[in-house]
Structure formats: C-alpha cells, structure tokens
Design a protein around this ligand. Structure first.
Ligand code: 8YV
Length: 316
C-alpha cells in the first residue's frame, strides 16, 4: 500500500526524518506552493512559512497540519478550521529552554558578554584593565514580563532566584500566578516605565504586533534592557534600531527579529549594545527531540483521523 503523502518544510532534520521513515512519503514545500492533483494527507511545518486557505485548497484530501513548535502565528487557524483541518503544535515542553534563553540574553546584554568575548580573542587584549566593559548587575533589579503564559511563568521563576521583583502585563490578570510567583500585575505603561528589564514572552497576534514601537521605547528607562524571546514583529525593528543607536535604552537581547534573518548590512548588526541569537529559544538536544516526537505524533494521529496530542484552535 502506498504511504500517505506529507508536504514538509524540507530539508527535515535527521531526528524528524528518522521518526517519519517508513510511515509517510515526504514531498517538498514547493508542492504546497504549486499545488497538486494527487492526495496529500499532511502538512508539516517548522514555523515561519505562511500556511493559509489558498494553500490548504491546493492540497486535496489534507487531514492535518502539524507544526514543530508552539507558535502558530504563521498558520491561518481560521482558514484551517473552516476546512475542518486540525492544527497541531508542541506546547508545554519548550518553556524551560526558552526561558533559559531569555535569561541567557539578559545576562549577556547586561554583562556585555559578546563584546567581551570578541575583545578576549583579539590582538588588542594585552592586559586586564579594571575599568573596561563595566556592565549592569541583574540581581535585585525589576523585571517586567510581557505575556505571563507558560514561558513567561518560567521566566518569573528564574527571576525569583535572582532576587528580582517581577511585574507583568498580560491580556488577563492571573491571581494564581501572582500568588505562586509573587509577580505584580501592572498596566503596560507602568511596566515600561518602572522595569529595569523588559522581557517579551507573548505570542504574536493582532494585539501584540508592533507593541514595542517608538512610543513604548521612549517610556523605558535609559538603563533598560529589552529582551525578545517572543516573535520579531512584536518589536518595531526600525524604532528599536534608533533607540539603541541613540542610547535611548541601554541594550537589547534578541532571539527573534523582524525580518528574520535581518539583511546582512542591517544597522542593528553593527551595534555593540545588541546581542542577537538566530532563534535558539528551544534549541537544546532534549527539547528539540521532544518537539520532534510530539509534532510527528500529531501528524500521524491526524492522518489516521485520531485526536491530536495537542490541537490548537482559532481564538473566538
Ligand atoms: C522553534 C518557536 O524553534 O516553538 C516555537 O514557537 O519559536 C521555537 O521553539 C521554532 O518554531 C522551530 O522551527
């Protein structure tokens, strides 16, 4: 019997390929762009590439869209729901790794780690100087978390170990979280004005796109650090570039950018006060393996017409 056909964001990483071997036939993403008359049972995405109604209509017999990752802002959920195609994702298992990355970026930016690493390797470094590269102490300073979901809560836990008072801004106030994590709910403006560090942990949505614009950056302290472990478009890249160039804020730590990647000659890449990672939030051996297992399980269940391990629904 022929294997079910799956269009995937190829090339797939070897872990995913091994999990799918002998179970499905993999077709390249170009099939989703160009369309086909042959049935396609599944669509497997890594994130970032748009999945919309016209694409779903180009894949006859599609039974499931499975995303390797939790963020599904690139998938038009309403379009999938209108066609009764379930969408699966991988929540829950990447919170710790992503929160670790938030703190990695915060500490690296505050302690000027990347700048220091460059200096330690270059010929100019001939002797220790007690006055060079003084950074900021993170412990004891106030952290403002935007988006107190699963990842935001893990960030708040880490902040407690650094003796940091935690403020948060969220769509809804969460009394249970406040009690457990001793985080204080504040309005967005208050969070910007009073936080020493602002960490973005929210999903990308119509409400959060461009949330950190020039006006928001102007409200932040000149000593503030902005960390983005959410999605690039939550921040207005042009406004952030100007704020960093003019030292309107102290620094930024970015796991995500808009666009991603930035053009190689983008002015942000020339600044010492920005630390950038190439979207590494969940990039640990352990977490990426779990993401592969769950996303493959979602795919195979969807193809078999069974309930997914994790199905994501369009917001009402
Ligand atoms: C993934 C992510 O690295 O889960 C998400 O939403 O952004 C990351 O964990 C990415 O989706 C992998 O392609």
């Amino acid at each position: 019997m022929p294997l079910p056909r799956v269009v995937a964001d190829t090339p797939l990483n070897p872990v995913i390929e091994a999990l799918l071997a002998g179970k499905v036939e993999i077709l390249p993403w170009s099939v989703a762009l160009e369309g086909t008359s042959e049935p396609v049972a599944g669509l497997y995405t890594y994130g970032h590439l748009l999945v919309d109604g016209p694409m779903l209509d180009r894949l006859p017999g599609l039974k499931v869209v499975s995303n390797y990752g939790v963020g599904v802002d690139h998938i038009r959920l309403v379009d999938a729901a209108a066609r009764n195609i379930p969408v699966g994702n991988t929540p829950g298992i990447l919170n710790g790794a992503t929160a670790d990355m938030g703190f990695t970026l915060l500490l690296a930016a505050a302690r000027r780690l990347i700048e220091g690493d460059r200096y330690a390797r270059c010929a100019d470094f001939t002797r220790y100087d007690p006055g060079y590269m003084l950074g900021q102490e993170v412990h004891g300073r106030t952290l403002g978390i935007v988006g107190m979901g699963r990842i935001g809560q893990q960030v708040a836990r880490r902040a407690r170990a650094f003796d940091m008072p935690v403020l948060y801004y969220n769509r809804r106030q969460n009394a249970a979280v406040e009690q457990e994590l001793q985080a204080r709910y504040v309005g967005f403006d208050e969070l910007l004005r009073t936080s020493d560090y602002v960490m973005l942990c929210c999903p990308l949505s119509d409400e959060t796109r461009g949330l950190i614009d020039a006006a928001a950056l102007a409200k932040m302290k000149p000593t503030a650090i902005l960390v983005n472990i959410a999605r690039g478009p939550v921040v207005d890249t042009q406004a952030l570039t100007v704020a960093l160039q003019t030292n309107q804020i102290y620094a930024a730590g970015l796991d995500v950018t808009d666009p991603e990647p930035l053009s190689r000659d983008h002015p942000l890449l020339k600044l010492d006060n920005v630390t950038i990672a190439p979207h590494l939030g969940s990039a640990t051996e352990q977490t990426r393996r779990r993401m592969a297992e769950i996303s493959v399980e979602n795919l195979l269940r969807g193809i078999a017409g069974e309930p997914l391990l994790h199905q994501v629904y369009a917001s009402p």
